[in-house]
Design a protein around this ligand. Sequence first.
Ligand SMILES: [Zn+2]
Ligand SMILES: [Zn+2]
Length: 470
Amino acid sequence: MVSMDTLVSLCKRRGFVFQSSEIYGGTGSCWDYGPLGVELKGNIKRVWWRDFVQRRPDMVGIDASILMHPTVWKASGHLENFTDPMVDCRECKLRFRADQVDALPWTHFCPATKGNKFTIPPGEPCGHCAARRTLCPDCGKGELTPPRQFNLMFKTFMGPVEEDAAVTYLRPETAQAMFVNFENVLQSMRLKLPFGIAQAGRSFRNEITPGNFIFRSREFEQMEIEYFVNPHDRVEDRPADEYWHDRWIADCLAWFRRYGLRDENLRLREHDRDELSHYSKRTVDIDYRFPIGWSELMGVANRTDFDLKQHAKWSGKSLSYFDEERKEHVVPYVVEPAAGVDRALLAFLADAYAEEEVRGEKRVVLRFHPELAPVKVAVLPLSRNADLSPKARDLAAALRKRWNTDFDDASAIGRRYRRQDEIGTPYCITVDFDTLEDQAVTVRDRDTMQQERVGIDALEGYLAERLGPC
Ligand SMILES: [Zn+2]
Ligand SMILES: [Zn+2]
């Protein structure tokens, strides 16, 4: 498995991801997507939306505002419960998550060695004096305060006055907008249960210990679905919510496989009873084997009727569905497949990454699924030449109408192939001197490195067949 450092450096070097505000020393755990990153991320979101919204009769989408009515967060429980226990060092004022302090390496001034300073691995005692950590893991001097609850929502002010009445929050998840728009969507689209509402957009969490590149950052993008079912219905002899929960787990898993994640790097993890939120009937995570180890790629929760009931209570509106057959009002149950875009991107990147030896040289290649690849085609004239370059430029211009196409006529052809391999371009097209005679080009496949001669007339069809509907 590729290391995180290798990915971080490739991402910077080739314009996928930069540290935010890098010239000012960076912003804590915020990342900027560069020219290739924005394409890759856009492709992930577009394919997800196409497959889960546009190609399904039972799904619709919304794009809600990030700033919501503050009562939303009272109803959802975020104001009260979306907290992490936190401790502060009385000496250096650094802040740690209480439940993670022991997972950090710790600084120790060892009395058995005249106070020499050591950094000791997490959870281990000092090899000289056998002491265990009691002080701040970072400075090794300060006592830690008792844990206090710290709310992870970013607070801000709405309007011109900075007063308590104007306090609002940047949304910590996209899900709540689907619940508060339930009635609007239901009525305007005249939907019948079961149906789902999807949204992709930014969320914000003031994590105390973010990290691991784009895996956990304070500003991130989510792709969430709230799938509403009638809990009184039965499908295949099971309660509808349980049936649809399993269906969504299977569909999401299949989706990640289809776009390149390998079986051996994916697993399902069932939440234990004591790990479940109080309103959740069952939650299953799809874990991925990231460079940092097995971690959550997405979660699929059965949230029952908790959210709609909460918002009905706080808003005074009835958020229910009228079942025509049974002639009764019912509050739907909701199954929530919630994926992180940045995590998905990291997983696709890690799984696509390969190093191989080709004729005694190292080749780095990103084997992206063609629909995710940021650049689909590169047109490379064999050499920079008054006849070849214009011909190649015309060809690139023609292909660009349909696909994101690169043109490169600098340096040796082998080096240009390597550059395209490293950003995952599925096809390189070489225009050579024969092209001027036979109106054909050489198409090189990124993965097999096989080359094939294709007539320029047939090129678009040839590529369309292999690149898919992108
Ligand atoms: Zn300290
Ligand atoms: Zn010691």
